[in-house]
Design a protein around this ligand. Structure first.
Ligand SMILES: N[C@@H](CCC(=O)N[C@@H](CS)C(=O)NCC(=O)O)C(=O)O
Length: 291
C-alpha cells in the first residue's frame, strides 16, 4: 500500500517482545493480567475473559518469556521508507512484505547509477538495494527487512512457527540469495531483461554458462515446493516473497520456456503468486508509473 510521504497513521496496538516455545499438552493454559494481543503469528492468540492461549491447531504448552517491559506503546507505520530502483527483484520482495501486511510505505525511487553514490552508500555501504527505514531505524538485506516487517507490523504472519516449515522457508531464502540470484537473475534475467531495458550490451557467454546451473536451481525449487501451495507449506512466507519477483523476471526470458517446461509445479506456484494483489501492486510498470 504505497502512500504519500506526508500521511500519518498510528497503529494503536500493544507491542511485546517475547520468545515462545511450545510443547504438546492436554489442557489449555489460563493467563491472567495480560492484555489481548496477537504476536504476528496467526497460530497464537491470547484472548481476554479469561486469558486463554488458543493455538490454531491442537493444544500446546507455551513458555513465554518477556524480553521487554510489557506495556502500551504506539507503533507508527507512517514512516516506513524503501529506497530502491523500481523493478529490482530484491526491492520488490521488501515491498511485497509491506503490501502483504497492508502497511503504508514510501518507495523512494533510485536510478541505477545512484546505488554507488555517497548518498546511498550512507544508507547501504555495499551499494545495493533495497535500503529500508522505519523512523530512525535503518536496515538493509532483504530477508532482514522482511523478518523485521513481520515482527513489528500487524497482519498476516510471514514466518511459520512449525519447525520444518520454518526450516524450509530459511532454506529457500538461502537458495534465492546464493544460487537463484547468482545463476539466474544476475546472469540470464539481467542480460535478457534488465540490460536491454537500460540500453546495456548483452553478455551471451554469461547467459550460456549460467544455463546448466540454472537447471539445477529450478529442479531443486520444483522438488522442494512439490505439491505445496507455498514454498514453506500451506501458507505464504518470506521465502515466497523473495522468490516470486526473481521468478517473474526469469519467466520473461526466452531461456525460461525450455527450462521451466519440465517443472510445472514451479510454474503453477508462480501463477498463484502472480494472482496476489501484492504482486500486482508492485509490478515494474506500476512502480514506474507511481515514481
Ligand atoms: N543481499 C542483498 C542483495 C541485494 C541486491 O543484490 N540487489 C541488487 C538489485 S536486485 C542491487 O543492489 N543491484 C544494484 C547494484 O549492484 O548496483 C539483499 O538481500 O538485499
Amino acid at each position: 500500500m504505497m502512500r504519500a510521504r506526508s500521511s500519518l497513521e498510528i497503529c494503536d496496538q500493544l507491542a511485546i517482545s517475547a520468545s515462545v516455545r511450545r510443547q504438546p499438552t492436554q489442557t489449555p493454559l489460563a493467563w491472567s493480567n495480560w492484555q489481548t494481543f496477537t504476536q504476528g503469528d496467526s497460530n497464537l492468540l491470547l484472548t481476554r475473559d479469561p486469558m486463554i492461549l488458543v493455538p490454531a491447531y491442537g493444544l500446546w504448552r507455551y513458555e513465554v518469556s518477556l524480553h521487554a517491559a510489557f506495556g502500551k506503546t504506539e507503533t507508527s507505520m507512517a514512516d516506513i521508507t524503501v529506497h530502491g530502483i523500481p523493478g529490482s527483484p530484491y526491492v520488490r520482495a521488501a515491498l511485497l512484505g509491506l503490501e502483504e501486511k497492508a502497511a503504508p510505505y514510501t518507495l523512494v525511487p533510485m536510478a541505477p547509477m545512484e546505488t554507488k553514490q555517497p548518498a546511498h552508500l550512507g544508507r547501504h555501504p555495499f551499494g545495493r538495494i533495497p535500503a529500508f527505514a522505519h523512523g530512525d531505524f535503518q536496515l538493509y538485506e532483504t530477508q532482514a527487512i522482511l523478518r523485521y516487517v513481520d515482527a513489528v507490523l500487524p497482519g498476516i504472519a510471514l514466518r511459520p512457527i512449525e519447525p520444518r516449515a520454518a526450516a524450509r522457508m530459511d532454506q529457500m531464502v538461502g537458495i534465492v540469495d546464493w544460487y537463484f540470484f547468482r545463476d539466474i537473475s544476475a546472469t540470464i534475467s539481467f542480460n535478457r531483461v534488465i540490460a536491454p531495458a537500460f540500453g546495456m550490451p548483452t553478455d551471451e557467454a554469461a547467459v550460456a554458462a549460467a544455463i546448466p546451473k540454472a537447471a539445477i536451481c529450478l529442479a531443486e525449487l520444483d522438488r522442494l515446493i512439490g505439491d505445496n501451495a507455498f514454498v514453506a507449506g500451506d501458507s505464504l512466507s518470506i521465502a515466497d516473497l523473495m522468490l516470486a519477483p526473481q521468478m517473474e523476471f526469469f519467466s520473461a526470458t526466452p531461456e525460461s520456456v525450455a527450462l521451466l517446461k519440465s517443472h510445472p509445479r514451479l510454474g503453477a506456484w508462480l501463477t498463484r503468486m502472480q494472482d496476489r494483489q501484492s504482486m500486482r501492486n508492485t509490478s515494474w510498470e506500476k512502480l514506474k508509473q507511481a515514481s
